[in-house]
Design a binder for this molecule. Structure first.
Ligand code: XUL
Length: 517
């Protein structure tokens, strides 16, 4: 019997899927740990520490370690025999950076006897909290980096994105400028993904191309660190970064700590981790060109594999490495599930009622328009956030239940508008992420994009993609076997667009242009 383990270290939770690949692929177990419910002692109910005065959004990296320990513990409680796990891989929320001091570097390889990961990594960080992808505090650092390189288009040509506030390079520059002594005390800067892969393997692992491309530091041309960008970001940066390598790189065997605590076999192999979105691309079976994926998670993302990089003229979209080779294009919408949640709470609805209101309200909401930017938005760029609305009595969406449908319509129309530059014009969208389970939301998506929507029983496509990547890299799985498994796991029939609404939402797009201008 052979198992593959996939781990997803996302913004609000750590989750894992275990696959049995002895014959065909079977799901053995799926477990999750929520930072809000299971680890409230870290003070990060939505996965980050609230209240950064200048747009800082940070999380304590030890919370991710606590999440990983608890997640494996929960898996153990399901009765799984860990010694059957042949290989492990995983993925992390993108862009977030972890800063290890010299002791932390040392601990990566010798934390064997620690009682827990958190105690094993005590006093190991030169920066106590890690900026995550929601951080918008680096506007001036982005402009400085662009100026050094000769403008935003040059940064975009080299890295696939203009300098972006949440990307790791500008975040590292701000750390160097605000806390130079701590910066120079930093021995290693990892991404969330490469940090956790390093911990699992007890080695200083590489950053993979998939996640590395979200740093504004990796040159797409040859997928290596760009010396000009390194120099424009911070001094002595190259020596603080690990190598950047293909996603299919085996780092080594599982660290002794995990053998002792959970009973992994000493030969269990650890594959480099990647970013959550690149992992999800593999997890829904879209790593070959031609399939569009929409993930409704903490952020909403729209992405697809592309053979050659092409970039967003407006500067909001990105090119990342496709773990399967080649590239992927991605557009991120920060006000995803967090904003839907705020609307639901404000209206005082349960999720069932929220869905019912969506189903019962007419398409177009009789002229009500809502763009719920509770947080600064990435696509389109809005530094401050703010709710844009039209058509609500007295301008008060908060007291009108139809705002539930208007918010979801607004989110998807904004997504359609902002992703138009990719010219993908999908006929089928693969929908994933927590909110993909909501059929009312999925139907609005089908109607707005005028295409069928396919979903899977397993909403954890990020962890699934990690397990698939390990299987592909080890030669234990083929893309065909993965496709067969995914078709078997499909949830019901595809959701098809309402034929009576054909063209309806395209005519609304202009109204959103006006609302946004
Ligand atoms: C992508 C992005 C988010 C994070 C968190 O660029 O910032 O999707 O990966 O999921």
């Amino acid at each position: 019997m052979a198992y593959l383990l996939g781990i997803d270290a996302s913004t609000q939770s750590v989750s894992a899927v275990l696959l049995d690949i002895t014959e065909n692929i079977h799901l053995v177990s799926e477990v999750a740990v929520s930072f809000a419910e299971d680890l409230p002692e870290w003070g990060a109910p939505q996965g980050f520490i609230p209240g950064g005065p200048e747009g800082e959004v940070h999380a304590d990296p030890r919370m991710w370690l606590a999440g990983l320990d608890l997640c494996l513990h929960r898996l153990k409680e399901t009765g799984v025999n860990f010694s059957k796990i042949t290989a492990v891989s995983g993925a992390g929320q993108q862009h977030g950076t972890v800063y290890l001091n010299a002791r932390g570097m040392q601990r990566l390889t010798d934390f064997e006897s620690a009682g827990s990961l958190v105690s094993g990594f005590a006093e190991s960080f030169s920066r106590n909290t890690s900026p995550i992808w929601m951080d918008t505090s680096t506007f001036s650092q982005c402009r400085e980096i662009e100026t050094s390189l000769g403008g935003p288009l040059e940064v975009c040509r080299r890295t696939g994105s203009i300098a972006i506030e949440r990307f790791s390079g500008p975040q590292i520059r701000r750390f160097f400028q605000c806390e130079p002594r701590a910066y120079f005390r930093t021995a290693r800067i990892h991404l969330v993904s490469s940090f956790l892969a390093s911990v699992l393997s007890g080695q200083d692992g590489p950053i993979d191309f998939g996640d590395g491309a979200g740093m504004n530091l990796v040159r797409l041309r040859d997928l290596d660190w760009d010396p000009d960008l390194l120099a424009a970001t911070a001094p002595e940066l190259r020596e603080k970064l690990p190598d950047v390598l293909p996603s299919a790189t085996w780092i080594g065997r599982i660290a002794p700590y995990f053998r002792k605590q959970y009973g992994f076999h000493e030969n269990t192999r650890v594959l480099a981790f990647t970013g959550d979105n690149p992992s999800s691309l593999v997890g829904v079976g879209a790593s070959k060109s031609g399939r569009v994926v929409i993930s409704l998670g903490t952020s909403d993302t729209f992405f697809a594999a592309i053979p050659q990089p092409f970039t967003d003229p407006e500067g909001c979209g990105h090119v990342f490495g496709n773990p399967h080779g080649g590239f992927m294009t991605l557009q991120c919408f920060l006000n995803g599930s967090l904003a839907r949640e705020e609307v639901r709470k404000t209206l005082g609805l349960s999720w069932d009622q929220f869905s019912q209101v969506i189903d019962e309200s007419p398409a177009g909401c009789e002229g009500r328009r809502l763009l719920p930017f509770f947080f600064p938005e990435i696509s389109p760029r809005r530094e401050k956030g703010g709710i844009l609305q039209k058509g609500f009595a007295n301008g008060r969406w908060e007291t009108d239940r139809m705002a539930a449908r208007a918010a979801v319509e607004g989110q998807f129309l904004n997504m359609k508008r902002a992703s138009a530059w990719m010219q993908l014009d999908p006929h089928v969208v693969f929908l994933t992420g927590g909110a993909s389970r909501n059929t009312a939301i999925a139907q609005v998506l089908a109607d707005v994009f005028d295409c069928s929507v396919r979903r899977m029983e397993i909403s954890g496509s990020v962890a699934l993609g990690a397990a698939f990547r390990a299987g592909l890299a080890g030669g234990w799985l083929t893309l065909e076997a993965i496709d067969q498994f995914l078709s078997r796991s499909e949830k019901g029939n595809p959701i098809v667009p309402n034929p009576h609404l054909k063209g309806f939402y395209s005519t609304l797009l202009q109204e959103y242009d006006t609302l946004l201008s």
